[in-house]
Design a protein around this ligand. Structure first.
Ligand code: FAE
Length: 553
């Protein structure tokens, strides 16, 4: 077993009217029935610090406006505020500070309900079938936490709400190996990233590693130990990876001392406990500065130069059915695009094409990739059970990047029953990159992805799993993504690129064509991080905002 260099290097209560959002990876919920309705009376569960969730008034003027509250946006807001700049963050999703009728803020992965999906009337779970049963079901239309955004050939899963992807992701906090980094971001100095910004990001995110002694004996990681045994018997490096989950909390979950979250299959629709999502780390620190305010359920639709300097930003306020109930216009001295790779790319592509920001260059909307994501399951023998209790927080991966172009996350399949299945999300090396384009006929931005491109990723993943199957005498599961379908090749959890560093922007995220407009999220990274991306997104944002504060403000 090896650690290679996947090592990592604030959780605090938030006060009145603030967000508490929980936190999450992979699995598609395995629900077969039933859903709760919206709470009849809202119960405030998490207090919010005065002024943090404070909707921006129409006509306001702000020095800095951040579009989106995910990793890039939270880093930008914190560092600007610490430098003395007042910041307003605009977030299309909800604050996630109010419990439903079940007393919980977030729905369970195995029981999706109205809270689970962004403006859908039927769930679209990443794993759509199990043992021949279709899993999707009708839900009420609601501004839920997970967006399954459909483009031609690919569904892009994204978090919606204050905290962005940190609300729904698996918390795997992976720093790429330094020798791989130059192929990911060729214009960025690896020495400064590994010496300064990765450590800063890991510290800011509260990243830590599981206690190995506990892990070796914990029932909830039996699936991971089976994953290790199979990887090592086939000669693949099995690497432990850090996470942002609070391991002490998980230990207490295992003993029954506290309410369960990771050990109750919570993840892709939020974690009610345990995970250090951005609300508990960067955004909590934003609140402490007293200089950051957030408008939840507000969506930025326009940015254009203002007559008197700065930018006019058009913002729609939404209700929980997604209906626009008000349109506001505010003026911002500087605008930071942090709406996620897809959100930022869509906005910029449309604003360039429709004449709001015509001087953006031709690289806007280009060089977008899926981080080579592909999923699969393997059917183990009856003597290799993976356990009825599985922690939803992954702790390890199989690294075959150098030889086969694949890094496979050993993922849980927390169904509550013994499935004899091993499940994996592979991140693969793939040359395919797509473009966003404005479609005047539909008034939408399209993404030119071809499903057939995933074959490269499948071939890379097979370098690991064909080998393991041959060694173990096992086969692939064919019941998770459709009838007799082995590969989950229809989706990505890791959208990256579309406004790439050194292409649409300079080497620090300043958009070419406009002073005072910046990109500071996953859109900057050209399609791959070789591992799970949020630590790299955070570290790059730390690097860029430091330069911007030093030179532009
Ligand atoms: P992101 O976190 O997506 O934040 C963008 C925010 O902008 C969102 O809150 C949007 O709602 C908001 N927004 C978008 N458009 C607008 C608009 N027009 N106006 C206002 N607000 C807007 O961006 N990564 C890992 O490293 N480890 C994992 O274990 C992992 N597991 C994942 C599991 C799932 C199910 C998913 C979906 C993702 C996972 N990821 C994981 C990916 C990770 O969450 C993602 O790369 C980051 O969240 C991207 O960070 P950004 O700052 O780019």
């Amino acid at each position: 077993m090896s650690d290679r260099s996947y090592s990592a290097s604030a959780s605090r209560g938030l006060t009145r009217r603030r967000f508490v959002t929980g936190t999450g990876s992979l699995l598609g919920g395995l629900a077969l029935a039933g859903h709760a309705g919206p709470a009849s009376a809202d119960t405030p569960v998490a207090p919010t610090p005065a002024g943090l969730c404070a909707p921006i008034p129409d006509g306001a003027r702000v020095p800095a406006l951040v579009v989106g509250t995910g990793y890039g946006g939270s880093v930008a807001a914190l560092r600007l505020a610490q430098a003395g700049v007042d910041v307003h963050m605009v977030e299309m999703g909800m604050a996630w500070d109010t419990a439903g009728s079940d007393g919980k803020i977030f729905a369970n992965t195995t029981r999706p309900d109205y809270r689970s999906f962004w403006l859908r009337t039927r769930t679209k779970q990443p794993i759509s079938q199990f043992l021949g049963y279709p899993l999707d079901k009708d839900v009420p239309l609601y501004t839920g936490i997970l967006d399954a955004e459909d483009f031609a050939g690919i569904t892009v899963y994204q978090g919606r709400g204050v905290g962005g992807g940190s609300l729904v992701n698996g918390g795997m906090a992976v720093t790429p190996r330094q020798e791989v980094f130059p192929s990911l971001l060729p214009t960025v100095d690896p020495a400064e990233m590994y010496g300064v910004y990765y450590p800063r990001a890991n510290a800011g995110l509260g990243v830590s590693s599981v206690d190995r002694t506990w892990w070796e004996n914990a029932d909830c990681y039996q699936y991971a130990r089976v994953g290790r045994k199979h990887a090592e018997r086939s000669g693949f490096p099995f690497v432990f990876v850090p996470n942002v989950y609070d391991w002490d909390y998980m230990k207490q979950e295992a003993t029954g001392a506290v309410p369960k979250s990771a050990l109750d299959a919570e993840v892709i629709y939020g974690n009610n406990h345990g995970k250090k999502s951005l609300q508990k780390t960067y955004l909590a620190r934003c609140a402490d500065t007293g200089r950051v305010a957030v408008s939840p359920l507000h969506r930025v639709t326009g940015v254009t130069p203002a007559a008197g300097g700065g930018y006019t930003v058009t913002i729609d306020r939404l209700d929980t059915t997604g209906t626009v109930v008000e349109t506001k216009r505010v003026t911002a001295g500087r605008v930071f695009f942090a709406a996620g790779s897809v959100g930022t790319s869509k906005l910029l592509t449309r604003l360039k094409a429709t004449g709001a920001l015509p001087a953006l260059n031709d690289r806007v909307g280009k060089n977008w990739g899926d981080n080579g994501n592909v999923m699969c399951g393997r059917a183990n023998h009856m003597w290799d059970p993976t356990g009825t209790l599985q922690s939803s927080m992954p702790t390890a991966g199989i690294d075959n990047w150098d030889r086969g172009g694949a890094f496979a996350e050993v993922a849980p399949l927390p169904t509550g029953i013994e499935t004899y299945a091993s499940f994996y999300l592979s991140i693969t090396r793939t040359p395919h990159r797509a473009e966003f384009s404005w479609n005047p006929a539909t008034g939408r931005v399209d993404l030119g992805w071809d499903r057939a491109w995933k074959q490269t990723s499948i071939d890379a993943a097979k370098t690991i799993f064909d080998t393991i199957n041959a060694k173990e005498g096992t086969i692939y599961r064919t019941d998770l993504f459709g009838a007799y379908k082995i590969w989950g090749d229809h989706l990505t959890y890791h959208p990256l690129g579309g406004a790439v560093l050194g292409e649409a922007t300079d080497n620090y995220g300043r958009l070419y064509g406009y002073d005072g407009l910046y990109v500071i999220d996953g859109a900057l990274i050209p399609g791959s991080t070789s591992v799970n991306p949020f630590v790299t997104i955070t570290a790059l944002a730390e690097r860029n905002i430091e330069k911007i504060i030093a030179t532009d403000l």
